[in-house]
Design a protein around this ligand. Structure first.
Ligand code: GLN
Length: 188
């Protein structure tokens, strides 16, 4: 199984390693041509505004949206912002591949980052979650499913073949999020 990691900006290197630990072959994606031949894609955390600018500059925005209509995408933090139907605070363009709204930097400047233990749903064993200037997911549509929450807000959501986390699963040793995504890719 060959998984691409969008490598324009952000912590793509950590995702590449996490995917390899979970048993996939991981390749970096920097152009539309790199999307050929991959079975799924990870859009990493970073700065969504910068990623958008680079996607436009590389002519990669439309090919990425088209890829997402056919193949699974895992978006983490800034990646989750890019997949949303609507982005607030401030409003910006997005791929609109998943049915939720997202508010950027929603935990405020006071608590920029934090590490918490999440539990719930199918995660009976605590899941360590690293939040860094994280967005909050709101208004999840009926076609999407909240897999786990933190303080009452969705932090891991799936919809069909796609999945997003507002935390950084690539920064911990726990392979469950990447493994779950690989399982979705396997099912096609
Ligand atoms: N604050 C960033 C944004 O709005 C996301 C932060 C992250 O990916 N860790 O794009």
């Amino acid at each position: 199984m060959k998984i691409g990691v969008l490598a324009l900006q952000g912590d793509f290197e950590a995702h590449r390693k996490a995917l390899e630990r979970a048993g996939a072959e991981a390749v970096e994606v920097r152009s539309a041509k790199d999307l050929e031949g991959i079975d799924g894609l990870v859009i990493p955390g970073g700065e969504s505004t910068t990623m958008l600018k680079l996607l436009r500059a590389e002519g990669l925005f439309e090919p990425l949206a088209e890829f997402g209509r056919r193949k699974p995408i895992l978006g983490t933090c800034a990646g989750a912002i890019l997949l949303a139907r609507e982005v607030q605070s401030p409003c910006q363009e997005s791929l609109g591949l998943m049915n939720f709204t997202v508010e950027r930097n929603a935990y405020g400047r006071q608590i920029d980052s934090r590490i918490v233990q999440l539990r719930g749903g199918e995660f009976s064993e605590p899941l360590e979650a690293v939040f860094i200037r994280a967005p909050i997911i709101r208004d999840v549509g009926p076609d999407a499913r909240v897999l786990i929450e933190y303080n009452g807000d969705p932090v891991l959501v799936e919809q069909g073949k796609h999945m997003v986390a507002t935390f950084h699963p690539e920064l911990t040793a726990d392979p469950r999020i990447h493994s779950r995504f690989l399982e979705k890719v396997r099912k096609g």
